[in-house]
Design a protein around this ligand. Structure first.
Ligand code: NI
Length: 229
């Protein structure tokens, strides 16, 4: 399931990100690609260990930790430190599936984790570039995603996806992965739908209504059955 999360960053945080990224040394994006995807990838990235990338990554992780929609949709166990990429005119990323296992550099050494949820946080106003849609394939076909700056899309890391060529301007984004407590997208989607329905119902009938109490119990018992922590 593709899930849009609006306003992950405030306008001030967005401006801070863009200003910090302006002065970075962008390198060939193939440094973080697997063998197949390296052949399809044509973009620029801020090096993973650049201090600015770490600092902006922390800002994004803090914002995500406070975002109930992200937590409900991704059910994150671990979130990979965000990376930053840029597609200038003529750049694109052909169809690929992201690597299943990645190593994140942490202060305690590299940590290996599984990518269950892929995320792209848009940092450029869509009016400032043409092309550059993130195109995700699923059982229902292809979905082209181009969001306002500060908004984010989550999609299953199992999906084939690509970034359409940029025909004008430059598209900047943060991207990262989460290992979820619930590995299967179908199960995460059911839990997300159930959580949203419970929230809506509790607004209408109150949190103490027996139906809300019962459904909340069902949510927790499904999470207990399906999660790995
Ligand atoms: Ni990808």
């Amino acid at each position: 399931m593709l899930i849009q999360i609006e306003g992950v960053l405030t306008p001030d945080q967005l401006a801070q990100c863009r200003q910090a990224l302006q002065g970075q040394d962008w390198v060939d994006g193939r440094v973080t690609a697997g063998e197949q995807s390296a052949r399809a990838k044509h973009n620029l990235q801020v090096p993973e260990d650049a201090p600015a990338a770490r600092e902006l990554g922390d800002l994004i992780l803090t914002a995500l930790g406070r975002n109930p929609r992200f937590v409900s949709a991704a059910l994150p166990l671990r979130v990979f430190p965000p990376l930053f990429n840029r597609y200038d005119q003529g750049m694109a990323f052909g169809t690929h599936v992201d690597n299943a296992i990645r190593f994140a550099k942490t202060s305690g050494g590299p940590v290996r984790f599984r990518t269950d949820v892929s995320a792209t946080l848009f940092l450029t106003d869509p009016a400032d570039y043409d092309g550059g849609e993130l195109i995700v394939e699923d059982a229902y076909g292809e979905h082209a995603v181009k969001l306002p700056a500060g908004d984010m899309i989550l999609y299953p890391a199992t999906s084939l996806h690509r970034v359409a060529p940029i025909t004008r301007g430059s598209r900047w984004a943060a991207f990262f992965w989460a290992q979820s407590m619930v590995r299967a997208d179908a199960q995460r989607s059911l839990l997300f739908d159930l959580d949203n329905a419970i929230q809506d119902l509790s607004v209408k009938v109150g949190q103490d209504d027996p139906a809300v109490v019962s459904l909340t119990g069902t949510y927790n018992n499904l999470l207990r059955m399906w999660s790995e922590v």
